[in-house]
Design a protein around this ligand. Structure first.
Ligand SMILES: Cc1cc2nc3c(=O)[nH]c(=O)nc-3n(C[C@H](O)[C@H](O)[C@H](O)COP(=O)(O)OP(=O)(O)OC[C@H]3O[C@@H](n4cnc5c(N)ncnc54)[C@H](O)[C@@H]3O)c2cc1C
Length: 256
């Protein structure tokens, strides 16, 4: 991507439009990706979200959803959504061809396109969606930015994008992923190659120190971006501040 294109992307304007649902992808037992046609004039920065409305059903009520696809994808826009309450039950009842009212993009929880620094990502469950957009973008453009994703889920079958993440890790040496599972059955622990337990202070400290050792000395200061439950966001800040990271390099997105 040229410098001009990157600059243009940084001035993205929000718009509203009626989006046609073109595909539904079952990701895990309770998570689906809803794929929409992407309007020609819609652009966003990896990490941003859109607001979703169903005016005929919920009037002016809306919900926010991070865009999981990369802005480099010219054809479609993906929202990956976990079944939960009012809106998501309605969404999960809809079929291809249905029309969703979208408005966006919004948000400052983004990959900084002015920098070329390395990126630490902490994600839990469906909180991985904005992080996935960043990884897909950087992989598509073959950027020289190293990513470490520390990614927590309940069980192996709950790991959203598992197949694609493994492919990315094989194809892009700049991306490293550490998986942790919080509800792995005892008898599966022998064969599970990743970590177990929630993302806690020791896990973050150890992963970051190891990653930074691998990065070497001559890299620009990294940024950390976390999306998941509040205790994980607090852990991110506490550990990274202790390790001497400046506060402005520690970002988070809160879904709930
Ligand atoms: C910037 C932003 C980006 C978001 N991106 C995504 C995304 O990419 N994918 C996605 O699935 N959701 C995302 N969300 C959450 C989304 O906006 C809704 O809150 C969610 O889908 C639940 O909506 P609902 O109407 O089904 O549930 P509601 O009927 O609103 O649920 C009732 C209550 O449960 C809480 N709640 C909802 N879901 C959970 C949960 N999983 N765990 C714990 N508490 C919860 C809510 O705070 C609410 O008080 C995002 C939120 C924000 C603010």
């Amino acid at each position: 991507m040229s410098e001009t294109e990157i600059k243009k992307r940084k001035r993205v304007k929000s718009m509203k439009w009626e989006a046609e649902l073109i595909e539904i992808i079952e990701e895990t037992p309770d998570v689906r990706t809803f794929r929409f046609d992407k309007p020609k004039d819609f652009d966003f920065i990896p990490g941003q979200f859109v607001m979703v409305f169903f005016p005929d059903v919920f009037g002016r009520k809306n919900r926010a959803y991070s865009i999981a696809s990369s802005p480099t994808n010219p054809d479609y826009l993906d929202l990956t959504i976990k079944l939960y309450g009012l809106f998501t039950h309605h969404m999960f009842s809809l079929h291809e061809g249905s029309i969703w009212h979208l408005r966006g993009p919004y948000g400052k929880f983004v990959l900084d396109l002015d920098r070329n620094n390395d990126i630490l990502l902490l994600g839990a469950g469906v909180g991985v969606t904005p992080l996935m957009s960043m990884i897909r973008y950087s992989t598509d453009l073959k950027l020289d930015r190293k990513f470490l994703l520390l990614y927590s889920n309940k069980r192996p079958k709950d790991i959203i994008y598992h197949e694609e993440l493994m492919q990315i890790e094989r194809a892009n040496p700049n991306v490293k992923i550490i998986y942790t599972l919080t509800r792995l059955k005892e008898h599966l622990k022998v064969t599970w190659p990743g970590l177990t337990g929630r993302i806690d202070a020791d896990m973050v400290r150890e992963a970051v120190l190891e990653w930074q050792k691998d990065l070497g000395d001559n890299r620009e200061r990294p940024t950390s971006l976390a999306c998941g439950p509040i205790p994980m966001l607090e852990t991110q800040e506490k550990v990274l501040l202790e390790l001497g990271w400046p506060k402005e390099d520690i970002l988070y997105e809160k879904f709930w």
